[in-house]
Design a protein around this ligand. Structure first.
Ligand code: CO
Length: 211
């Protein structure tokens, strides 16, 4: 069968499987969502957020784009963050990168990629901010891996800069922002242990927005 048609067969099988475990499954699903997590990850097809986190539909609010960027003027990403933090009241915001990221690798070459240039320039900016550390890594693969980690860290900082995160955290102790990296070679998630409180205190010297 054509792959396209197969998807609808897969969907029916999935519905049947869910209903066999719980006849009320879709009644509950339609009633609303209250996820604890906002996941911001790469659009790469190999990294399905729910699956790698072992979470069911309704348990994680998801935003994905090339190289898991949180660009300051990206209305799309910031609408997702605002809605998740202010309205869904998620407790954890995760920026998840992955080793071998095509976007990060592309940003390390001099290839002109047209419309993708300004998007990938965000990653070049991360490189510039951490140039000393990155230039000191001789092995190209190791350097790319470190850039993946530093990119996640910088995107976390972009999340922490937002008024909704600053205000709600100071009032309620949530959300906490985390940086993760997914490794395609073993399927494991690595917590980069981003020092959330330290970053928040530090950036508030410049990005402070009053409660
Ligand atoms: Co990627």
């Amino acid at each position: 069968m054509e792959r396209y048609k197969q998807v609808f067969e897969n969907n029916k099988a999935w519905v049947g499987q869910k209903l066999s475990h719980d006849p009320e499954y879709f009644v509950k699903l339609a009633a609303g969502q209250s996820p604890d997590f906002l996941y911001i990850g790469c659009a790469d097809s190999r990294i399905p957020a729910n699956e790698i986190m072992g979470l069911e539909p309704g348990e994680v609010f998801v935003h994905r784009n090339i190289a898991n960027l949180v660009v300051n003027t990206d209305l799309n990403a910031h609408s997702v963050i605002e809605y998740a933090v202010e309205h869904l009241r998620v407790k954890h915001v995760i920026v998840c990168g992955h080793y071998g990221c095509g976007g990060v690798n592309a940003a390390m070459t001099s290839q002109d990629l047209g419309l993708l240039n300004p998007w990938l320039r965000e990653i070049r900016d991360v490189y510039r901010l951490h140039r000393k550390e990155l230039d000191a890594i001789e092995d190209a693969t190791a350097r790319a891996k470190r850039l993946v980690e530093l990119n996640v860290q910088e995107q976390c900082i972009h999340v922490i800069k937002t008024a909704c995160v600053q205000k709600r955290y100071l009032k309620e102790g949530y959300p906490i922002v985390h940086g993760w990296v997914f490794d395609l070679h073993d399927g494991l998630l690595k917590d980069l242990d981003i020092p959330f409180e330290g970053i928040l205190a530090n950036i508030r010297e410049i990005y402070r927005l009053e409660v």
